[in-house]
Design a protein around this ligand. Structure first.
Ligand code: CTP
Length: 414
């Protein structure tokens, strides 16, 4: 078990999802972890220290000024000895405090003093989660390197439906196990395209699509977690760069193409997640296009953009090439056709006619298709799905780097 003997500080803050934390502690200790619980003041309103002490087998701490607890193990010592701090549930208030670097109680102080990874499992009302101030704090935390696990979408304790549920204990345990799991892409250099492209018509208009970039950025995070060096070539998106990734911003498909071609030679794996516009206006007008009086229709002449991933896969020094496909019908048939036409090693396909998943959703369900195998990753958050995809890519990568596979690319199998 990968978390055997790992010292985990579980910070519990004051949200209703705190009632799930004794179960979380039970699962972590069953997996061999040593869990020290630290509660915020308001966490006591939702779960008792007695329960948490019973399941963790350790004294629960909640006060920076408790001299007997400090004498047993000072807070700096507790921070230094932790292998990971997980705050679950993380309320909007605790996220704000962490994003600001406040240290006004034991848990927030530990977070500043600990050199180990910090993860949060946010849980709150969906309106609160979507509030710009909360999202700003989450993006700040993400770029500070804090791991954001969840929230899930669904029925909330307040009666609302939407994003805000704390990730289930089983999922949080799986995240912690992955954190301490083998770094299967250590030493690999991964280039990822993400987000949409914008194809300008005139100085104020462009053609684009709904891609949010969430799936590409989640894959970058999962690849970093697996030990890879990651370069992200991103179209215009509103998400923070995962800490450790090198980001190159582009706007049009041709800029994305040029940027990829200039850097792909230094990479072992290419993952094309971007929703690249297949066509662009044949010419960008220098002046704003005006309505011609008496004309109730207009037509645009479009020309084809370069196919970036096909160009990558056609290179003599090609890296492992993984594509994405969004389909609405004959899903697997189209995926297999694209795999062959673009010369890819793997294609990740999703059914965008399914309203639970797709462009702006936090969830996804995908099928991984290679020449000889199809493997479905069931509906889960884009983060969990990304980890499963990276695992499969690591399988392929290990085959390409093994001495036998150097004999030929056909040796690659999922
Ligand atoms: N892709 C690319 N460059 C393009 C178009 C697509 O690199 N100009 C990549 C995407 O990043 C993705 C895959 O190709 O990995 C998806 O291709 P898609 O756009 O679905 O394929 P098309 O060939 O455009 O097929 P269709 O539009 O008919 O579905």
């Amino acid at each position: 078990m990968t978390i055997q003997g790992k010292k985990i500080v579980l910070g519990i803050t004051g949200g209703i999802a705190a009632y799930k934390t004794p179960e979380l502690v039970r699962q972590l200790t069953a997996a061999g972890a040593e869990v020290s619980v630290v509660m915020s003041r308001s966490a006591h309103r939702f779960v008792t220290a007695t329960s948490l002490q019973a399941v963790s087998g350790r004294a629960v701490r909640d006060d920076l000024w408790d001299s007997s607890a400090e004498a047993a193990m000072g807070h700096i010592e507790l921070a230094r000895s932790a292998d990971c701090i997980l705050i679950a549930p993380a309320t909007a208030h605790s996220c704000a405090k962490l994003a600001q670097g406040e240290a006004d109680d034991l848990l927030s102080t530990l977070c500043l003093a600990a050199p180990c990874p910090i993860a949060i499992a946010p849980a709150m009302n969906q309106q609160m989660w979507q509030h710009p101030a909360v999202q700003r704090n989450i993006e700040q935390l993400r770029s500070d390197g804090v791991l954001i696990w969840g929230p899930d979408s669904g029925d909330l304790a307040c009666g609302d439906v939407g994003p805000g549920r704390m990730a289930e204990p089983t999922e949080l345990v799986a995240e912690i196990e992955a954190l301490f799991g083998p770094q299967r892409l250590k030493g690999a250099r991964v280039l990822i395209t993400a987000g949409p492209t914008r194809e300008p018509l005139d100085p104020v208009r462009f053609i684009s699509n709904q891609s949010s970039g969430k799936q590409g950025f989640a894959l970058a995070e999962a690849a970093l977690g697996a030990g890879a060096e990651v370069t992200l070539v991103s179209g215009p998106v509103e998400i923070a760069t995962p800490r450790g990734a090198t980001r190159i911003d582009v706007t049009t498909a041709r800029e994305m193409h040029d940027s990829v071609m200039a850097t792909v030679g230094d990479h072992d794996i290419f993952i094309g997640v971007a929703a690249v516009a297949d066509f662009r206006p044949d010419a960008v007008r220098a002046e704003k296009i005006k309505k011609a009086s008496g004309h109730h229709a207009m037509s645009l002449e479009l020309v084809e953009n370069p196919d970036i991933i096909a160009a990558v896969a056609a290179r003599p020094d090609r890296p492992l090439a993984i594509g994405f496909a969004a389909e609405t019908e004959h899903i697997l048939e189209h995926a297999r056709e694209k795999l062959a036409r673009k010369g890819l090693d793997l294609i990740v396909v999703n059914d965008v006619s399914d309203r639970r998943i797709g462009f702006d959703s936090d969830d996804n369900e995908v099928t991984l298709v290679t020449v000889d195998v199809e493997h479905t990753v069931p509906l889960a958050s884009k983060r969990v799905v990304s980890r499963a995809i990276i695992e499969r890519i690591a399988d392929l990568y290990e085959q390409t780097t093994s001495p036998r596979s150097r004999q030929g690319r056909s040796a690659r199998k999922l």
